[in-house]
Design a protein around this ligand. Structure first.
Ligand SMILES: Nc1ncnc2c1ncn2[C@@H]1O[C@H](COP(=O)(O)OP(=O)(O)OP(=O)(O)O)[C@@H](O)[C@H]1O
Length: 613
């Protein structure tokens, strides 16, 4: 409580004499990393990663951060916000004279809402440090670490600390970090995915951090959406910030990148299995595919169901041990399997309890149910590599949830698509999403259009098999598989821990897409006979495959983890059958439909920057 009060006083002081001045500036920028004033070591490191040209958010924010300004940067999912703050942050730390004073705490804190994101940002910053060959050290802390693990991690006096907000008070309480040392040392504070930090129940944690932030500390707030939470954080932490809002195509902000084509299919809840089978088995959607479901049980049901048809998938949820989750993500990113079934963070927990997800709440929880990691999140900020299609098997429970899910595809300059299976019960929420996404320009033409590549005949041809197999996936088999998977992953996790310690770079140890069912898929289910598939669907499927091949989207293409993104993306133009295929026979999509979407990979999409000072 004292901490909260203290923070409020600090907040008042911060806001004293600060006038909110708003000015919208439109500017076309097209600068290189050199022109932004980036250090040549960083430019070389980026080049080794295959990154040659800054994205717009990078172009606009890097110079301000280098100048020492506080910023609020709001840009779509996948627009490159991580490097937008990491590059200038590292450059600033390059020039800090490490010998001048002995630091007792890190110079930079990067706070993120989930462990997965923590790992991702930590990997990115570590690889940049390594490639730049500079004497900087980054560590990550997660709240599952013991006090002695945390002490060990901080022992080498790292300059950069990446963690979730809950870790910092834990470090203070355990005497691992001294608040006064933080006050003296902290130069830069980054709140990544700021729009989510408060909703994750981190408010008190953040307040206790902000209460000790020195006035001179530069604060950066990165977010994908605007929300009252971002405003709250802005007031709490920043001083006279530069607010950068990037929008595409003028006029209204579109939260979903325009290079993601959004589709939907109307079907009953029972028919969802049938429809997803048709999408995957008839190959009318491109791989890799991320499938979102709202409950862990449904995830297992879907996995078992698909297995019977010879479709191998892996499962990711908050119940799995952290090492396994990270490994699953790494394998998926490396292209070892094509289908990942994920529960996002709060959908499952919302069903089970109506509580915030901060760590405090976790402690008081005494339940026999499998423990869900409160800091687990798949949808928020995770940089999935080369996911071409996101399927909402279940619809998300909020508009923001939808935006973040869809944002797992179409990242940086790449293109992607999403297909939402909408049952009558979900229609109201779906309408909310549609009206939120509609802007003045396309009020009358839906942004989310009916999926064009699946005919009713094609779906119906699979009905008998799908219903038959669905019946065989009973509640008991789902429960057993879930328990078995958890046991396997706990064992995996231990092996992984030991293995990662010995071979931190080796990813190819354990597979997560192993079949759960004891029986192999029947041959007649594995291969759908051609006579069952109508001509249109066959054509659509061929076109999707050809487009995938043209994009270099083969089974193993994910191996570069984004390294060759740029070149491949360039060749995508015009290759997407979702843009050209029309089941009614005409060559172009109809108004507002699929044919109208632009692929920004060729750089033709004009973007507009608004700067509010
Ligand atoms: N200048 C660039 N050129 C090409 N690729 C880039 C560039 N900057 C970043 N990327 C790549 O784009 C992908 C998305 O970047 P990042 O994760 O930072 O997006 P984001 O804006 O933080 O998205 P989200 O809001 O979902 O977290 C990453 O794979 C990253 O390596």
């Amino acid at each position: 409580m004292d901490v909260v009060k203290e923070a409020e006083e600090v907040e008042e002081q911060r806001n004293l004499g600060e006038e909110e001045e708003e000015e919208k500036v439109e500017e076309d920028v097209d600068k290189s990393f050199e022109e932004l004033g980036l250090d040549s070591r960083l430019i070389r490191a980026l080049s080794k990663k295959g990154i040659e040209k800054p994205t717009l958010i990078q172009q606009s924010s890097i110079p301000y951060i280098l100048e020492g300004k506080d910023i609020v940067a709001r840009a779509k999912t996948g627009s490159g916000k991580t490097l937008a703050y990491l590059l200038p942050l590292l450059q600033k730390l390059f020039s800090v004279d490490s010998g001048s004073k002995k630091k007792l705490a890190p110079s930079a804190f990067i706070l993120v809402p989930s462990r997965e994101l923590c790992q991702q940002v930590y990997s990115e910053v570590s690889s940049l440090i390594e490639l730049c060959r500079v004497q900087l050290k980054a560590v990550q802390l997660t709240s599952s670490m013991t006090a002695s693990d945390m002490r060990n991690a901080l022992a080498g006096l790292p300059e950069i600390l990446v963690s979730t907000p809950a870790c910092i008070p834990k470090c203070f309480a355990a005497g691992v970090l001294e608040p006064t040392a933080v006050s003296e040392s902290l130069e830069i504070l980054v709140l990544d995915e700021a729009d989510l930090l408060l909703s994750y129940g981190y408010e008190d944690n953040l307040r206790s951090v902000t209460s000790i932030i020195p006035r001179r500390c530069q604060c950066l707030l990165m977010s994908a959406t605007t929300s009252s939470d971002v405003e709250k954080l802005k007031k709490l932490i920043l001083h006279n910030p530069i607010v950068l809002t990037l929008t595409e195509d003028n006029d209204k902000e579109e939260p979903v990148p325009s290079n993601v084509q959004q589709f939907w299919i109307s079907c009953s809840a029972q028919d969802k299995l049938l429809h997803i089978l048709a999408l995957l088995k008839l190959e009318v959607v491109q791989k890799k595919i991320l499938i979102f479901i709202n409950t862990i049980d449904m995830g297992f049901k879907l996995k078992l169901f698909l297995e019977k048809f010879g479709i191998k998938s892996a499962i990711l949820n908050g119940e799995l041990p952290q090492n396994s989750r990270l490994h699953i993500l790494e394998q998926f990113n490396a292209g070892l399997f094509d289908y990942l079934i994920a529960t996002d963070d709060n959908s499952q927990t919302k069903k089970e309890k109506e509580e915030p997800k901060g760590e405090e709440n976790n402690k008081s929880k005494k339940r026999r149910k499998p423990k869900l990691d409160a800091e687990f999140s798949v949808v928020r900020g995770i940089d999935f590599k080369k996911v071409h299609t996101v399927i909402n098997f279940d619809m998300p429970q909020s508009v923001t949830g939808y935006i973040h899910r869809i944002g797992r595809t179409g990242r940086a300059y790449s293109s992607g698509s999403s297909v939402s299976l909408v049952s009558p019960d979900e229609m109201e929420g779906f309408e909310d999403i549609k009206s939120f996404l509609a802007n003045d320009k396309n009020k009358d033409s839906d942004i989310i259009t009916p999926f064009p590549l699946l005919t009713e005949n094609a779906v119906e041809s699979l009905r008998y098999r799908a219903e038959d197999v669905a019946k065989s996936v009973t509640k008991i088999s789902v429960r057993e598989s879930r328990a078995q998977d958890l046991r396997n992953e706990i064992i995996n996790s231990e092996k992984l821990k030991a293995h990662f310690e010995a071979n931190p770079r080796d990813l190819d140890l354990l597979r997560h897409d192993k079949p759960l069912s004891k029986t192999a898929p029947a041959p007649h289910l594995k291969d759908i006979p051609e006579y069952l598939v109508d001509l249109k669907t066959q054509e659509a499927s061929k076109a999707v495959k050809l487009a995938g091949a043209a994009m270099g989207n083969s089974r193993r293409s994910g191996g570069g983890a984004g390294r060759n993104n740029k070149n491949k993306k360039r060749s995508r133009k015009g290759g997407d059958p979702l843009k050209t295929f029309n089941p009614n026979g005409s060559k172009r999509g109809h108004g507002g439909g699929v044919g109208q979407k632009k692929d920004s990979s060729d750089g033709s999409t004009k973007q507009k920057k608004q700067k509010t000072v």
